[in-house]
Design a protein around this ligand. Structure first.
Ligand SMILES: [Zn+2]
Length: 112
């Protein structure tokens, strides 16, 4: 037994899964932790998008890989390079050229 004030975290404890219900959350929690420790916001944003894409693939495989604008299938090659992409090349290009004017950029711009 450990004395109070001398808490030792064992490797077993770190890898322990709290309950069966939380099993699916574990990878995301690990990802959250790596995001929290990262100072690179762009990379953190990308990791989040990938996590969301993975979750979407699990929950809604029918619609995964479809452009959210025109609902055309996104080419597999594009998904391979950008697994978190939500639009086909045409819609993405249109959205980018539309929002490329030098005005303030907000997070909400991603939802246009
Ligand atoms: Zn499209």
């Amino acid at each position: 037994m450990e004395a109070a004030g001398n808490v030792t975290v064992r490797a077993d404890d770190i890898g322990a899964v709290p309950s069966a219900a939380d099993e699916d959350e574990a990878p995301y929690r690990e990802m959250d932790q790596s995001i929290a420790s990262s100072r690179n916001r762009v990379r953190a944003d990308q990791l989040l998008r990938i996590a969301h894409a993975e979750r979407r693939l699990e929950e809604d495989p029918e619609n995964f890989g479809l452009c959210e604008k025109c609902e055309e299938p996104i080419p597999p090659k594009r998904l391979e390079l950008l697994p978190f992409v939500r639009r086909c090349v045409d819609c993405q290009t249109a959205a980018e050229s539309k929002s490329s004017k030098p005005v303030r950029k907000k997070v909400t711009d991603y939802h246009d």
